[in-house]
Design a protein around this ligand. Structure first.
Ligand code: NAP
Length: 293
């Protein structure tokens, strides 16, 4: 029987633990962690994500500060807000929702966030620390992926993890994290991307396959080994095959054929997605503890 890894359930267990932690911190410091979320422009998907992050904070007792700016905001104006948030003691974490409008270069903004408030884990200081295996803020989606893998596969030592995708947001950090020498990793890691002539040469070798390609049906059942654990990171909106007037969200993996061969698989939606916000809340609490040390 294939296990469907329930990211929603695991995420809500983690949120409950975070809620209790926030209550303890409130008693100890007479203060609660604060997360500032900055949205520039009116991209509907980003607006939904920002709303979900605010709701997630509220549920666990984290203070949420939302800064919704018009798409015409200049880089200087945004940098000035980041500077203010960097110096605001009630703000422990700063998240700038990506993508930004074309006239603002993402790296200019990410690099301006104080590394000790970079709860998204995108600042080069945190990236460098992650690669060097020094305590830092891990990027939220890769941290959620690792948590799902660790909860399902207890003995990870020597397992072959194959990652499809090499983005800075998902593929590269997941690969780095699963390579570390600790009980949540210690894996043999292969990363493949569009330069591979045939990715199935690699994916068929995976004990654990992480797919972050951003394309529906990148992986089908014939491309995996019997009994593999499959983590589908993709979020793709496609025309609903059963009703062409509607759309639906699918992952990067053809669920039916892959689930028939896998020992465990994450669904889309309800797999990796819910874990991302749980890890964001986790990192915000971590930042609060760091600031109150
Ligand atoms: P991205 O920046 O577009 O990167 C995609 C990567 O996949 C690239 O490295 C690309 O290779 C590789 N790739 C694409 N098609 C491939 C193929 N057929 N064979 C091999 N490699 C292939 O995407 P991303 O930001 O990493 O996101 C990946 C997916 O995860 C997207 O669907 C995104 O929406 C989703 N996502 C979900 C969450 C969540 O919370 N659930 C969070 C972040 C992202 P090249 O480098 O050679 O181009």
């Amino acid at each position: 029987m294939t296990v469907i890894i329930d990211g929603k359930k695991i995420s809500s267990e983690i949120r409950e633990e975070i809620k209790q932690k926030v209550e303890e911190l409130k008693k100890k410091y007479n203060a609660v962690p604060g997360l500032a979320v900055v949205l520039v422009g009116d991209d509907p998907a980003s607006a939904v994500y920002v709303k979900m992050k605010g709701k997630g904070c509220e549920e666990v007792g984290i203070r949420s500060f939302q800064h919704i700016l018009p798409g015409s905001t200049s880089k200087e104006e945004l940098l000035s807000l980041i500077d203010k948030l960097n110096n605001d003691k009630s703000v422990n974490g700063i998240l700038v929702q990506l993508p930004l409008p074309d006239h603002i270069h993402e790296n200019d903004i990410i690099n301006a966030i104080s590394p000790d408030k970079d709860i998204d884990g995108f600042h080069p200081v945190n990236t460098g620390k992650m690669v060097a295996d020094v305590d830092c803020f891990y990027p939220c989606t890769p941290a959620g992926i690792q948590e799902l893998i660790y909860r399902y596969v207890k003995d990870l030592k020597g397992k072959h993890v194959v990652v499809v995708g090499r983005s800075n947001i998902v593929g590269k950090p997941v690969a780095n994290m699963m390579l570390q020498k600790n009980e949540r990793a210690n894996c043999i890691v292969t990363v493949c991307h569009t330069a591979a002539r045939d990715i199935s040469v690699y994916t068929k070798q995976a004990d654990i396959l992480v797919v972050a390609a951003g394309r529906a049906n990148t992986i089908t059942g014939d491309m995996i080994k019997e009994g593999a654990v499959v983590i589908d990171v993709g979020v793709n909106r496609i025309t609903d095959p059963s009703d062409s007037s509607k759309t639906k969200i699918v992952g990067d993996v053809d669920f039916e054929s892959t689930a028939a061969k896998a020992s465990a698989i994450t669904p889309v939606p309800g797999g990796v997605g819910p874990m991302t916000i749980a890890m964001l809340l986790f990192n915000t609490v971590k930042a609060f503890e760091l600031h109150n040390k």
